[in-house]
Structures are given as C-alpha cells and as structure tokens.
Design a protein around this ligand. Structure first.
Ligand code: GRF
Length: 202
C-alpha cells in the first residue's frame, strides 16, 4: 500500500478524483492533506474522508516545511502529490523526498509552465497563443516550478474552443484521469527515472 500526502491550495477536484478512483482503492492510502492556508475547500473533502489536514508556510498559525518534513517522515509517506499547491517547495524539502514528489500541471510542459503559470493564467496563455492542442503533464518536482522530469502527458483538442474557460474544463477532465493513472503506475513500481527521461512500463 503506497502512503500518500496530497498538497492542495483550492477546490481539490484532483484530490477528490484520487480519493474516489476505483483503480487506486487497494493500492494507496492518503495519510495527509496539506494546504498553504489555514483553510481551503479541499480541506472539507479531506475531512469527509477522515484524513488529517496540515497548513504549511511561514505565516502565523502555519507549520514550517521543516516541521512538515518530520510529520510526513514519521507517517512513512512514500509519495507526495502536488495537486494545485501554489507555493514553491523548498529545496531541502525536495531533497528529503527526492523523486518522491510529483506535480500535475494543466498544460503540455515545457510549454506554458514556470513562475506565474497556474490556474486560468495557463489556459489564457494557451488560448492567446492560438495553439490547437493543450493537455496535462504529470512530472517529478525539483527545485524550480514545473521543470522536473515528465512522467506522463496527455493531449486534448482545443481547435474549436472560444474561451480559456473551455480549455480549462477540457483539461481538468483529463487531469483527473491522468493523475490517478500515474499514481497507479508508481504504486505498481512501473515508473523508472533515467538520465534524461522517465520510463513507464505498461
Ligand atoms: C489543477 O488545474 C492543477 O493542474 C493545477 O491546479 C489545479 C488544481 O485544481 N496544478 P483542483 O484544486 O485539484 O480542483
């Protein structure tokens, strides 16, 4: 059973998709949900599944990343999933969970990624670029935004869209599928980090 901590910042639809995924039911256990504020709607989902929540950051009332590291290590967390978490993960925290932190990004990296590229900013940039496809990327987390090795990607046709909101809607549906598929592959030991790329066995 793979022990997960899922990091969120907002509504938590990816968190819910993972918690409700039939293919993950017997493969994973979500031991913690972590946010960057004292409250976000995703915490309601966590609490409905009786999962402890933690709020991390350097503001009043939040725990530090160092404290969080100790908590997650004690919990035996095998994999950290960033699902909408907006803060940059400190370098020493990344190193403490080397190749055990993944992030889902709502575009086809390395395009449309990096600082400031989150939420509707991404879909607006894609819309205004005139791109005919967008998609989802799931990648390992390293010390900078959206630059870790890509584990999986999936495209979605946006040739007929009329707004960034339409892109967001189509991409989010794919996110919910791809994130669970990647977590399943990791839980089954089918993901291998190589020098430049990540090999995923069928
Ligand atoms: C998703 O679009 C994800 O790709 C991005 O942040 C959003 C989180 O949405 N990193 P939700 O909170 O999971 O609904």
């Amino acid at each position: 059973m793979l022990s997960l901590a899922i990091f969120v910042s907002g509504r938590g639809s990816n968190l819910r998709a993972v918690l409700e995924s039939p293919k993950l039911k017997d493969l994973i256990k979500v031991e913690a949900v972590v946010g960057d504020k004292l409250y976000c709607p995703a915490f309601d989902t966590a609490k409905s599944f009786l999962i402890p929540v933690y709020s991390v950051g350097n503001k009043e009332g939040l725990i530090s990343f160092d404290e969080l590291k100790i908590i997650l290590k004690k919990s035996g967390i095998d994999l950290i999933v960033l699902a909408g978490f907006l803060k940059l993960i400190p370098e020493d925290f990344v190193k403490a969970f080397q190749n055990r932190i993944i992030n889902i990004h709502p575009a086809l990296l390395p395009s449309f990624g990096g600082t400031g590229m989150y939420g509707m900013n991404v879909h607006k940039a894609v819309f205004e670029s005139s791109a005919k496809v967008s998609g989802v990327s799931v990648h390992y987390v390293d010390e900078t935004y959206d630059t870790g090795k890509i584990i999986a990607q999936r495209c979605v046709d946006i040739s007929d869209v009329n707004s960034p909101e339409e892109i967001a809607e189509r991409v989010l549906r794919i996110e919910h599928q791809l994130l669970s598929e990647v977590i399943e592959k990791i839980a089954l030991g089918k993901v291998f980090v190589e020098k430049f790329r990540v090999r995923v066995e069928t």
